[in-house]
Design a protein. Structure first.
Length: 209
């Protein structure tokens, strides 16, 4: 009995040392090795959770490095409950509206202009029979407003005195605010988007709905 107790104590001590080693290294391989050696450990669930988090973060880094519509769609398919999934959906929408599949200026701007905090009630500029072009989709109005300030300066010649319109919506059940500007006609919308796309800026004509 004394021998059994001694063996149990040694095993427990060994497990603690292995867990400390795995958690200090904080790598998927380290946690997997711990699980292989101690599958019934009290820390097993935490190790599995951490492996999943590390893999998720790695896949997100890979998606953002590729910065393509396909890379974000693959990430969403693999990690539908990820903390990054809303950002992925917004970037996918920006690629969709630009008609691009690879990196665009709008794709990079989405991350830069994502602002946290309580969302505001979007201001909508309404005009009878108006036409609009959409310049991007963002987490909240603060992000959309920040990007509008940037775009109105960068493309001052193309955007001139146009006024922004912030439209609340959802992408895959996640809230977004779409940045749009009003134009006088469908032809002007098409012409404006042609100019902006030539500079790598996402732009798509949309209805007044």
């Amino acid at each position: 009995m004394a021998l059994a107790a001694a063996l149990m104590l040694a095993s427990c001590s060994h497990e603690k040392a292995d867990w400390k080693s795995a958690s200090t290294a904080d790598t998927a391989d380290g946690y997997q090795q711990f699980l292989t050696q101690h599958p019934n450990s009290a820390n097993a669930a935490q190790a599995r959770t951490r492996i999943q988090q590390i893999q998720e973060d790695h896949d997100w880094q890979s998606a953002t490095s590729a910065d393509s519509r396909e890379s974000y769609e693959q990430f969403v398919a693999k990690h539908p409950d990820s903390k990054w999934v809303q950002e992925a959906h917004i970037r996918i929408e920006n690629f969709a509206q630009s008609g691009a599949t690879g990196p665009t200026a709008a794709g990079a701007a989405t991350a830069a202009s994502a602002v946290t905090g309580a969302p505001k009630t979007p201001h909508v500029a309404t005009m009878a029979g108006a036409h609009y072009v959409q310049l991007g989709a963002y987490h909240n109005q603060a992000g959309a407003e920040s990007q509008w300030k940037h775009l109105s300066i960068k493309y001052a010649r193309e955007l001139g005195t146009m006024m922004p319109r912030y439209v609340a919506g959802k992408v895959k059940s996640h809230p977004v605010v779409r940045l749009q500007v009003a134009v006088s006609s469908r032809a002007q919308a098409t012409a404006l988007c042609t100019k902006l796309r030539a500079h790598g800026q996402a732009c798509v004509p949309v209805g007044a709905g």
